[in-house]
Design a protein around this ligand. Structure first.
Ligand code: OAD
Length: 245
């Protein structure tokens, strides 16, 4: 059932909820000019994300995988957070620790919009990790001078500090995300295709604990049928409308 005024409905639910969680995906950064993974513009040299974001792809051809990340790092470095990112930062300011932001994005735009506490399920594109000594560092250089880059400490090959298909999510971060979702009364799911697990299991988890689930997406997704409210449109337009006080 679609309420007469879904924006007003969303505003009321946000105002009434003691605890709110939000899960974001690539769609929230689309209006910042960063292509989503499953849109035509998301293809790079005709590779799909699933062809490149895997340990097997990296083992076979680390240079090509790094070239893809270097391309994405270049796009992200030029991008600015949009009104959707800012609205979620504002919600955190208003609710404090009654709000938890969980993202699948590795672009860091939530932080740049002012969000202080961001649970990054898939890591961060500005982190590198040495496959030999496991040291994790931040590296903001664009483009990187050498691909694949080498570890300053031991000379080993670096990999992007992100989670690839088939790899476990960072355990503590995932536990915090699950806990926030179990505790919340409202989960806002914005700009994700809701097909990549385990992130996509957070919405059913919220519902099984009695929370309402609100989806914000330009298109229908596998979540749409079970969400309590679907707001169709760009998150950069909808989030400010439902969050502004
Ligand atoms: P996808 O590219 O799969 O989905 C982006 C979603 O955003 C789609 O459902 C679009 O309809 C929607 N969308 C596009 N523009 C939008 C806008 N302006 N406002 C609102 N919604 C919009 O991206 P994710 O769901 O984030 O993982 O993908 C999940 C994971 O798969 C990623 O974290 C990445 C990827 O491959 C790994 O690399 C491990």
């Amino acid at each position: 059932m679609t309420p007469e005024n879904p924006i007003e409905q969303a505003r009321q639910w946000i105002a009434a909820a003691k605890r709110v969680a939000a899960l974001t995906g690539a769609g929230i950064s689309a209006e910042s000019g960063i292509p989503t993974f499953r849109s035509a513009g998301g293809l790079w040299r005709n590779f799909r994300a699933e062809d490149l974001a895997t340990p097997r792809a990296f083992a076979r051809d680390p240079k090509t995988v790094w070239e893809w990340y270097d391309w994405r790092r270049g796009l992200i470095a030029k991008a600015k957070p949009n009104l959707g990112h800012f609205a979620l930062a504002q919600l955190e300011q208003r609710l404090g620790d009654r709000f938890t932001l969980i993202t699948q994005n590795v672009d860091g735009l939530h932080n740049r919009a002012g969000s202080q506490r961001v649970l990054k399920l898939h890591g961060d594109i500005w982190w590198t990790m040495c496959i030999a000594c496991r040291e994790v560092r931040s590296d903001f250089r664009v483009p990187l001078p050498e691909l694949p880059p080498r570890c300053g400490a031991c000379g080993g090959m670096l990999r992007p500090g992100v989670v690839w298909f088939g790899e476990p999510l960072p355990g503590a971060t995932w536990e915090q995300a699950e806990e926030a979702v179990r505790q919340c009364e409202l989960l806002i799911v914005a700009g994700t295709s809701s097909i990549v697990y385990p992130a996509a299991s957070l919405a059913p988890l919220a519902r099984s604990h009695g929370a309402r689930v609100m989806e914000i997406n330009t298109e229908e997704t596998p979540l749409s049928g079970t969400a309590d409210l679907c707001l169709r449109g760009p998150s950069g337009e909808i989030l400010p409308q439902i969050i502004e006080s």
